[in-house]
Every structure is written in structure tokens, then in C-alpha cells.
Design a protein around this ligand. Structure first.
Ligand code: SAM
Length: 296
């Protein structure tokens, strides 16, 4: 994602402190280049090694803010770069180097690479920090007007229809504002599917091109949004948010779907506790459904 250069920061002077050894995650703008934080610029200016999902995007961002590479090592890395690439980064940190890691845009790990790296650094007991900053999910929640006391980041729904339906059923009854990322191409279809499986009357918000010139926020019940986006060639990047369902909406089907996801990695007892807490329904009921499913 290219940043808008017309918003360049030209007066930045890096702090004189050295960047300590370890991995430093750096959040970068999701549209407006000036959304970079001063600390993120300090880390980019001072780290021994620059690591990025897309090294061209990082170089471009640094250029906009007048930060020189100064002959430093620049390494491309994402979660599928393989064991060798991961081992190389861990070795550099082990040698006492400071590494800055940026994904293409926004906060690393949030539907972006970084998790495998963070897990490996934590397991190795090496130092790790984050220079926090822009994140489309949080920006969207902030302007959505939907309740922010509890929110559930669902990421990108799967593209295949069956998996998508199951995914939506699994999150439908979560008692929190639901946040989804989606490609603009699939947005009209997603809204129609959401209206069918989450309920057409549920309040929802579509945030498009946040922080950019053509930022647009559309609010309304899911069936209205589905209708207004139907057949539209949507451009840019979008986040979809859906208000929580009324408490009684936790049907046996949605409890069952949530349990199926939880049972993939938890014992029956743990899955029942987790789903009962997440959906705000009785543990006894969930445990009974969990037992039926694990035996059937
Ligand atoms: N790591 C990023 C973050 O912190 O938000 C997300 C990266 S993910 C690969 C890209 C998705 O984030 C897009 O498909 C879109 O759903 C959402 N997104 C990113 N920038 C956006 C923007 N400016 N406006 C709306 N959605 C955005």
C-alpha cells in the first residue's frame, strides 16, 4: 500500500538514544503518511537492521520522512519465509542487534505477517517491543458509532462459500462489536451473506479508505447496506463492523458452530467454558451441546 507523499514530514529529527537490542515491531500508516509516530521514526532511523514484509514500501515510507538507510541491512520477511529466514533473524537478535519489523501497512500481526516471528522471539526469551500506531480495525471502530466496550476482531472471512457461511455462524452470537476485513471485490457479496446469516436488522458499518482522500463511512441495518452496495464496483480498502446480536440470538446452531471451532484445539471442558463465557450463555447448556457434538 503506497503512502501519500504530499503529506511528508520534513522536520523529523531522530532521538539521540540508541535503539536497544531486540525485535521492535513498528506500526506504519494505513493511508496518510503523517500517521507515522515519532517513536516509529526513531526506531526506523536507529535500528541496526530493517526487516519488512515489503522492503519497497518501507523504503518509500522512510524516503517520505527523510530517513536514510545509511548502508544498513534490509531484509524481506513474512510468515512463510521459512525456517532459515526466521533463524537468521533470531541469530541477529542473539548477536545483540536491534531489528525493526514493519508489515506492508498498519500494525504487524493484525491480518499481516509477524506472528511466527513474535512467537519465536518469545520462545527464545529474546527482547521484543512494539512502537504502536495505526490499525484499520481500531480506526474503523473509533468512527463506527458502534459500542466499543467489547469488540471481536474476526479478520478476513474465508473466500469459499461453505467455509464463509460456517465462519459467520461461528461469530454471529459473540456478544461484542464484530470487526471484519474484506476485499472491495467481495464486499457486496459479504454484506448479502451477513444480512442472511447474522440478521438483516442488525446495525452495521462499512468504513472505506480510512485516513485517505475518499474516506467514506456508511451506516445502517445489514439489509439496507447489502442493498445499497449490491452490484456496486467498490474501490479501495474496507472494514465491515456489525453490532452484537440481541442476547437471545445465541441459538443452539450458533453455540454448536462456536463449539466446533473451539473443540478443534480444546478439551470438551475448556471449549464449553470458553464458549459459555464468549457467548454469555449458560455453561450447563453449552456443556450438554459440547458432549453431544464430541460423541456424535
Ligand atoms: N495490518 C493492517 C492493520 O493493522 O489494519 C491490516 C492489513 S490487511 C492485509 C489489509 C486490510 O485491512 C484491508 O483489506 C482492509 O480490510 C483493511 N484496511 C487497511 N487499510 C485500510 C484503510 N485505509 N481503510 C479501510 N480498511 C483498511
Amino acid at each position: 500500500m503506497r503512502q501519500t507523499p504530499d503529506t511528508a514530514e520534513t522536520t523529523f529529527k531522530p532521538a539521540l538514544r540508541a535503539i536497544p537490542p531486540g525485535l521492535h515491531f513498528v506500526s506504519t500508516p494505513i493511508g496518510a503518511a503523517r500517521d507515522i509516530t515519532l517513536r516509529a521514526l526513531d526506531v526506523l532511523a536507529g535500528a541496526d537492521v530493517l526487516v519488512a514484509e515489503d522492503t519497497r514500501t518501507l523504503r518509500h515510507l522512510m524516503e517520505i520522512h527523510g530517513i536514510a538507510l545509511g548502508g544498513r541491512l534490509v531484509i524481506a520477511y513474512h510468515d512463510h519465509s521459512g525456517e532459515g529466514a526466521l533463524a537468521r533473524l533470531l541469530a541477529l537478535i542473539g548477536e545483540g542487534k536491534s531489528l525493526a519489523y514493519a508489515s506492508e501497512a498498519g500494525t504487524p500481526l493484525i491480518s499481516d505477517p509477524g506472528f511466527e516471528l513474535a512467537r519465536a522471539v518469545a520462545a527464545a526469551g529474546l527482547p521484543m517491543t512494539a512502537a504502536p500506531g495505526p490499525c484499520a480495525a481500531i480506526c474503523a471502530l473509533t468512527v463506527s458509532g458502534l459500542p466499543s466496550d467489547r469488540f471481536f476482531f474476526a479478520g478476513f472471512p474465508p473466500a469459499a462459500q461453505g467455509a464463509r457461511r460456517e465462519f459467520l455462524a461461528g461469530v454471529s452470537a459473540v456478544p461484542a462489536t464484530l470487526i471484519f476485513y474484506e476485499s472491495p471485490k467481495r464486499l457486496p457479496q459479504l454484506l448479502a451473506e451477513m444480512a442472511r446469516s447474522l440478521g438483516g436488522g442488525r446495525q452495521a458499518v462499512v468504513c472505506r479508505e480510512l485516513t485517505k482522500r475518499f474516506e467514506e463511512v456508511s451506516r445502517g441495518p445489514l439489509d439496507h447496506l447489502a442493498e445499497s452496495f449490491a452490484g456496486r464496483a467498490v474501490k479501495g480498502e474496507v472494514v465491515v463492523l456489525v453490532d452484537r446480536a440481541a442476547p437471545e440470538a445465541a441459538s443452539e446452531d450458533s453455540i454448536g458452530a462456536a463449539l466446533d471451532m473451539a473443540l478443534a484445539s480444546m478439551s470438551v471442558k475448556d471449549a464449553a467454558s470458553f464458549v459459555s463465557q464468549t457467548l454469555g450463555v449458560s455453561r450447563k447448556l453449552v456443556y450438554r451441546i459440547a458432549l453431544d457434538r464430541s460423541q456424535g
